[in-house]
Design a protein around this ligand. Sequence first.
Ligand code: AMP
Length: 445
Amino acid sequence: MTFATLGLIEPLLRSLETLGYQTPTPVQAQAIPAVLAGRDLMAAAQTGTGKTAGFALPLLQLLAMEGPKVTANSVRALILVPTRELAEQVHEAVRQYAENLPLRTYAVYGGVSINPQMMKLRSGVDLLVATPGRLLDLFRQNALKFNQLQTLVLDEADRMLDLGFSEELANIYRALPKKRQTLLFSATFSDDIRLLAGQMLNDPLSIEVSPRNVAANTVKQWIVTVDKKRKPELFVHLMRKGKWKQVLVFAKTRNGVDALVEKLQGLGINADGIHGDKPQATRQRALDRFKASEVQILVATDVAARGLDIEDLPLVVNFDLPIVAEDYIHRIGRTGRAGSTGEAISLVCADEVNLLSAIEMLTRQTLKRQSEPDFEPEHRVPDTDASGQVIKKPKKPKKPKASGGGGKRNLGKWVDSGEVAPAEPSIKPVRKVPVFNTGPRKRKP
Ligand code: AMP
């Protein structure tokens, strides 16, 4: 199969040739003809599968071939994305695909001045990539009109809900013309997403190019168990032992990112960090320098987990496991992209056993464990498996203190007695923000 047989026009085929795309990926093979035929779409596609081209190519073709010329402050196609970085990245891909078409494209997002964005929108934009908050600001300040809107794309829809954008989505949705084409892309499909799809889509075609909630099988994954306080030391040890060149590291909190970056820089290691507290320009610069291999270790919160396309990234390290299990899939999706192989290593301490169990249940696999000599944890990480069970071993009855000691060294919370207890109930699923909830917004990572 070729892009030409999918019905793409010559100016797009020329762009693809320049980019070196020879064969459509599975999501492209399914999405392109459906979007060209005007269908709504509900697509479950893993990150790194080529989904951006899957929706952007047919969208650009429809914009070039059909519909009236864009008028002042109007937009004909809107792509909503959860983060600023993703807005930049998707727009860059769109710009490359649209190279040979007479279309105006643009990206708007928060964290930067709104005035240049308002100026740019004055003459109208054929295709706009936007984050939900800034889009609403622009709409409320009359810098944007939706009367010409023919297509809406929700990219990384699950992430938008995780980040608490359900209220913004509901407000945007109310402002859009009812008659339009809607494409919904999500790496994972929770019940909330299905509900959102039910409200927004009209007789959608469902596309599922990979089994639900399974991480790319091109990524070799394992965990190293360690005590929490020794994680930084273990990281540096593994880095030196494995001669790691370029690594994307995920930490749970902004403070965690800063502390690790400081430690690495203190050791003379070329590291930088990105998280939600840093100005957008600083975040983008760190990312650009990492992509250009000018920074060796980039430490990030989950704000960087989605959609970032870094060519040939060989390794992702979860310094902390993510709170939301789905984020594990997105994090490790930064490596092993478009058919190349990658590795994902997670440093796991005893406190994180429930998070580990949730990840194994979601990805339906038991992650291979490895303990590093000299770093074996004092607080053992209980065994887990893909059924979501934490295999807790019963504690030995405590010996009375008066007996004078001489017992085994305390191994921490879980004392090995050789006998396996009945399985504990699996961990509760992490609660997500309900669709179109009007409650307060969650803090972004
Ligand atoms: P995405 O999942 O959209 O973020 O795309 C992942 C990567 O695959 C990007 O670097 C794309 O440029 C690349 N890509 C997408 N489609 C193709 C294709 N058909 N052939 C080669 N590379 C592709």
